[in-house]
Design a protein around this ligand. Sequence first.
Ligand SMILES: O=C(O)C(=O)C[C@]1(C(=O)O)C=C[C@@H](O)C=C1
Length: 301
Amino acid sequence: MMRIAYFGPQGTFTEQAARALAPGADLTPYETIRLALAAVREGGADAACIPIENSVEGVVPATLDGLSDGPALVAVAEAVLPIRFSVLTRPGQAEIRTVASHPHALAQVREWLEANLPDATAVASSSTAAAAVGVVEGTFDAAVSAPVAIEHYPLEELVTGIADVDDAQTRFLLVRRPGELPAPTGADRTSIVAAAENRTGTLAQLLAELASRAINLTRLDARPVRDSFGEYRFFIDFEGHVAEPRIVDALSALRRRCQLRFLGSHPRADGVPATVEPGAGNQDFLDAQAWVDAVVKGEHA
Ligand SMILES: O=C(O)C(=O)C[C@]1(C(=O)O)C=C[C@@H](O)C=C1
């Protein structure tokens, strides 16, 4: 049975994503994203399920840093979940002075908290479910958690279904040690980390390699390299699969310009097919290569 490490404890959105991505798998919660990734790197788990980005609050920095440092891991699948929260308290709790959650979750209900619990202090916890555990233990008075958390902890729902932004969504990844890649589907996402030299125009040149091949970006984030102030790594997601000729061409061009780490090619959860412009499809790249090969062999002029 597949062993999955997930960002826990029990009752996180990430646990729901892990169940959706690997039905019937053996799931083990880890307190931090870093520890879940370490379990895969050290062989204690076959894969890890972690949040990567939220439509309201953006990327999850611990995931980006965890994927770019340490032995390579690659994403093989993704899931997107709608995100609405419950506020959980101990049964009979009258006064709410502290309300805890993962910083990403607090950021998604800031307006609701200001309007409905204006006197409560928001406190960051390691995850939405860790906040629920803290309420059970008496550390906090309320937790902003995934609605499923109520099934795991002896708490009461003050309110459910809250979100400052309707249709908020979080994307989760299933990551493994490098190995066989999922097959291309025509609706894939490829992720890389690019460490470019700090010179004028470097980022623009990297992006131009993708733009000139009509490859559509789906995300671009910068994170500091951490050991040198002012230096950044760029996390670039784009449409397509590394097994496609047009993506091979783009990646080899990028590789000539900078240090790259490949973070995987996998089907998109929304199934949206890659946009391919005239002259920039896989067959166009194959035809062009065949023409050049023929020229080299002296078959064409
Ligand atoms: O999985 C959880 O419940 C988490 O605590 C993580 C996380 C996140 O990091 O974005 C996941 C989804 C929600 O957007 C809020 C929190």
